[in-house]
Design a protein around this ligand. Structure first.
Ligand SMILES: Nc1ncnc2c1ncn2[C@@H]1O[C@H](COP(=O)(O)OP(=O)(O)O)[C@@H](O)[C@H]1O
Ligand SMILES: [Mg+2]
Length: 321
């Protein structure tokens, strides 16, 4: 176990079930055998198409849901074996901001109440006056003045609501922030303001981020490490500085090539890739990407590729690399 481990998943799988129209219950793996380590101070980005399991991974890391297999660690300690007291102490150190701030903020709470609540729950012997001071401080950190204290969520813009959600996450003095598509619902200009704010906060507060996005540009702008998921599995992980160095997993190339370059007059190259991701209810045998892969060999249809980790920290799960 690394001394720098802030959160870790080991061999984590998650099974969900859905009912078909004939009310038959079908189970499927939303996550398969995930090993994932978040080190102190890093910005780790999870990248992948919608439905590939990013939010499920986040919920398990946050202990909102339990894995069906495998273990979750916070600061090197297994959650399954942790005492209640220890858990209570670590819980405030792991916080989250989600995409939909309307759903995650209580519409009946003013900004002041939204921030006071988690603070008073976690810091019981604080006076009301001290708590209010802390609320003002956190609001200022996210760029909101005291005039926002008495406002309600519906009186805020999308960007302002996300700032409040961020202040609420910060008020318990966390070490890890899980940011699940925090800017996806915002206008482009507001998106970049929030990303700039996140960068500044990380430096000032010494935070560790797990940032989830389906946007390659956001990933490249923010990440130290990028982890690519496909159909509930990790298929590649690379340090950001190797973006232009390694011969990526074919799926990562698909993401890169389908990303429109605003300065190019050429359309993105999509021709060589076929189809859509298969359903997790009906996983192909072998490599689950092979049907869409322009480099597939006959072996790829039969055997699951091994996980290869190179000296430069590049991890890839592909027969062709
Ligand atoms: N509570 C649930 N019950 C059944 N299926 C779920 C549940 N939550 C997520 N799923 C399914 O699990 C898969 C992964 O979902 P999710 O983690 O939300 O993906 P992402 O965040 O990458 O878009 C999807 O197929 C989704 O429909
Ligand atoms: Mg999601």
């Amino acid at each position: 176990m690394s001394v720098n481990s802030v959160a870790e998943l080991r061999g984590v799988s998650k099974i969900y079930s859905v009912k078909t129209f004939l009310l038959k219950k079908l189970s499927f793996y939303a996550l398969v055998d995930i090993d994932f380590l978040l080190c102190k101070g890093e910005v780790s980005v999870l990248l992948g198409e919608s439905g590939c399991g990013k939010s499920t991974l986040a919920r398990i890391l946050l202990d909102i849901e339990k894995p069906d297999k495998g273990e979750v660690f916070w600061f090197g300690e297994a959650l399954a074996q942790m005492s209640k007291e220890r858990y209570k102490r670590l819980r405030p150190k792991v916080q989250a901001v989600f995409q939909d701030s309307f759903a995650s903020l209580n519409p009946r709470f003013s900004v002041k109440e939204t921030l006071l609540e988690p603070y008073l729950i976690n810091f019981k012997d604080i006076s009301k006056k001290e708590a209010l001071e802390k609320v003002r401080l956190e609001l200022r950190k996210v760029g909101l003045s005291d005039s926002y204290l008495e406002r309600y969520p519906h009186q805020l813009s999308g960007g302002e609501r996300q700032r409040v959600a961020l202040a609420r996450a910060l008020i318990t003095n966390p070490q890890l922030l899980v940011l699940d598509e925090p800017t996806s619902a915002l206008d482009m200009t507001i998106q970049s303001q929030i990303l700039e704010l996140l960068k500044r906060l990380r430096e000032e507060e010494g935070l560790t981020y797990l940032l989830i996005t389906h946007s390659l540009s956001t990933a490249l702008e923010m990440a130290d490490t990028i982890t690519v998921m496909y159909l509930g599995r990790i298929v590649e992980r690379f340090p950001r500085k190797l973006f232009r160095v390694v011969n990526h997993h074919p799926y990562t190339w698909l993401l890169i090539n389908s990303y429109p370059d605003p300065f190019s007059s050429k359309p993105p190259e999509l021709g060589t890739f076929k189809g859509e991701p298969p359903s997790p209810l009906n996983r192909p045998s072998g490599c689950e990407f092979y049907q869409r892969c322009p480099e597939a060999l006959s072996q790829c249809a039969k055997e699951l590729p091994p996980t290869k980790i190179f000296e430069n920290q590049w991890l890839v799960v592909c027969h062709r690399r």
